[in-house]
Design a protein around this ligand. Structure first.
Ligand code: ADP
Ligand code: MG
Length: 212
């Protein structure tokens, strides 16, 4: 069965062209089910196994809301590890290729903080980071997320396993109440419900079951 083409969504022509160049023709099931809601601005909980294309689901959605001319952080993506943050940042850079001047910055622990502060001073539209380091920057006031339009909790199940629940709660306090909150996860443990109830408004829940 073929899933809908990206061209069935209301995306800029340049983005459709870019997706075509990336070899993305049809949406994956999680993309087909979540993107229409994400593009409407709804909060979404999306559960699908690893490798199902979750990054492009939230990436395409958040890129639609970025204003390139404003250099403040407009989207914040929290990931459990430095490696995952790097992968997500790479994918978003590919998806953003048609939009010139959109800057994606990673802020992760285990890296010196000085250069991160330097990069932040130049401005970044999209920040991908691990919760601990994002908290460090918020405490130092080297990061301003008060204008964030989209907050993504990627691999939320793993972030909970790693004990980031409190850090996430702290970070959310620095974001505007009027924001879109997207929660992506490979599994759906108990704690996810609490995270959703705490930070999302009237979320749409999407689960893509594994095909047998
Ligand atoms: P997940 O976050 O669900 O584990 P990823 O977002 O990392 O999955 O995507 C897995 C791979 O699928 C990536 O290499 C990505 O470039 C590719 N991909 C995503 N969406 C599509 C698509 N619609 N068509 C083709 N490849 C895609
Ligand atoms: Mg992922």
């Amino acid at each position: 069965m073929n899933h809908p083409a990206f061209s069935s969504l209301k995306l800029a022509n340049a983005q459709l062209k870019n997706l075509e160049n990336l070899g993305y023709q049809h949406m994956t099931p999680i993309q087909a089910q979540s993107l229409p809601w994400i593009l409407q601005g709804r909060d979404v909980i999306a559960q699908a196994k690893t490798g199902s294309g979750k990054t492009a689901a939230f990436g395409i959605g958040l890129l639609e809301r970025i204003h390139a001319k404003y250099f403040g952080c407009q989207a914040l993506i929290l990931c459990p590890t430095r490696e995952l943050a790097a992968q997500v940042a790479n994918e978003i850079r590919k998806l953003a290729r048609y939009q010139h001047n959109i800057k994606v910055l990673t802020l992760c622990g285990g890296m010196p903080i000085g250069p991160q502060i330097g990069s932040l001073a130049h401005g970044a539209h999209i920040i991908v980071g691990t919760p601990g380091r994002i908290q460090d920057h918020l405490r130092k006031a080297t990061l301003d997320i008060s204008q964030v339009k989209t907050l993504v909790l990627d691999e939320a199940d793993r972030m909970l396993d790693m004990g980031f629940a409190e850090a996430i709660a702290d970070i959310v306090q620095y974001t505007p109440v009027q924001r879109q909150t997207l929660l992506f996860s490979a599994t759906y443990p108990q704690g996810i419900q609490a995270i959703s109830a705490g930070y999302q408004q009237d979320p749409v829940t999407i689960k893509v079951e594994e095909q047998v």
